[in-house]
Design a binder for this molecule. Structure first.
Ligand code: PLP
Length: 396
């Protein structure tokens, strides 16, 4: 016999209890940052879990640009961009982004998540087809669901499967087809094959949308990202970047043709119905872009650290390989399968004065739990030695 339905409070408690029992419960812990260190639970640990790849979040020139802009422009945009929230600071930031990306135009959203939501929902509707790599960022997958379009997901980097989906689509004739991919995949640190995707997009008349969140400022001769490194800048139709990672600030930036940007200004609800990014943040982004241009040594150092760490982790012969033929990125997954193992490895690293939390489902697939190392350019050589020694001494 069934009793009455549990109350909504009982349901929520039981859902959280379930997460706890499966080592999947998440909680916030307050942390303060000091360059490459992080202060958590009254301890000062090496921070190997930050997306501040170029150490820009504490860069005096960027902080100063923010202070000056706060003094002259105030704290908030005061309205949505289309009402009165569009300031010269936004215009300057967009011009600087378009210049870096060799794009006709740029548009700044308050976050990368919102930029992804805005792009996909403005470009696709119920008559369209969206094809996504399974390992794409959650914001891209969420966005596709919001559109009402037919959404097909291909196994990570399986471009044969993508091609078959495109061939099927040609027969069904959707109004538009979007191919959506991360450039650097946020959990695995591997990269898309953009020339191949650009070729498929061209052959099937699809819009190619690339999320460069983890590549802008990090990859490419001028820091423009994987499109630059793989020489496809003029073949990718829409690029999304975030200022929250290598640029050390916040904000999502779309670079594309004027046609696409005009479409977003008119149709992207996460752009239209939200207050503009605080103008001081736009000024900080512009300053960060200036440093991306004038300080290439930061991304070169990051590259060297990433290459060395990958090589030495593989030499331990304990974890799935992290060196590959593809471009070297600062995201290094240490895959230990179960959520319990990932939590144990994170605790072990913490005992060795390293902060790198466990990443568990649903962020990654069941059985693919990991500790995700992300490196920053201000790490010392000894820091990599500390990491490799800590991994070496881990006993499962
Ligand atoms: C690939 C990718 N795209 C988009 C985002 C969202 O960017 P933001 O943090 O600026 O919202 C993230 C991370 O948060 C990401 O890793």
């Amino acid at each position: 016999m069934h009793g009455p339905n549990p109350s909504w409070r009982e349901q929520l408690l039981s859902e959280l209890q379930n997460l706890r029992e499966n080592a999947l419960q998440r909680s916030l812990s307050s942390a303060s940052h000091e360059g490459r260190f992080i202060h958590v639970s009254a301890r000062r640990l090496l921070n190997l879990s930050s997306n501040d790849y170029l150490a820009f979040a504490s860069e005096p020139a960027i902080i100063e640009a923010g202070i000056q802009a706060l003094k002259s422009l105030g704290t908030g945009a005061g309205a949505s961009r289309l009402v009165t929230g569009h300031t010269p600071a936004h215009a300057q930031c967009e011009a600087a982004f378009a210049y870096l990306k060799h794009a006709e135009a740029a548009l700044v959203f308050p976050t990368g998540y919102m930029a992804n939501l805005g792009v996909i929902t403005a470009l696709a509707g119920p008559d369209d087809l969206i094809i996504s790599d399974k390992a794409n960022h959650a914001s891209l997958l969420d966005a596709a669901r919001f559109t009402g379009a037919t959404h097909r997901v291909f196994p990570h980097a399986n471009y044969e499967k993508l091609e078959r989906l495109l061939e099927n689509a040609d027969a069904k004739k959707p109004r538009r087809t979007l191919i959506v991919t991360d450039s650097v995949f946020s959990m695995d640190g591997d990269t898309a094959d953009l020339p191949r995707l650009a070729d498929l997009a061209q052959r099937h008349d699809a819009i190619l949308i690339v999320d460069e969140a983890h590549a802008t400022g990090v990859l490419g001769a001028s820091g423009a990202g994987l499109c630059e490194l793989q020489n496809v800048t003029d073949k990718v139709h829409v690029v999304i970047s975030t200022a929250s990672k290598a640029l050390g600030c916040a904000g999502g930036i779309v670079t594309a043709s004027q046609l696409i940007v005009d479409t977003l200004i008119n149709k992207a609800r996460p752009f239209i119905y939200t207050t503009g990014l605080p103008p001081a943040v736009a000024s900080m982004i512009t300053q960060a872009l200036d440093l991306v241009r004038t300080q290439p040594q930061r991304r070169l150092r990051l590259h060297d650290l990433s290459e060395r760490a990958r090589r030495e982790i593989d030499a331990l012969n304990r974890f799935p390989r992290v060196t590959s033929q593809g471009p070297v990125t600062p995201i290094i997954p240490i895959i230990v399968r179960t959520a319990e193992n990932a939590l144990a490895l994170a605790r072990h690293l913490s005992a060795h004065n390293i902060h790198a939390p466990a990443i568990r489902p649903p962020t990654v697939a069941p059985g693919a739990s990991r500790v995700r190392i992300s490196l920053r350019c201000d790490l010392h050589d000894d820091d990599i030695t500390q990491l490799v020694n800590a991994l070496k001494s881990w006993a499962v």
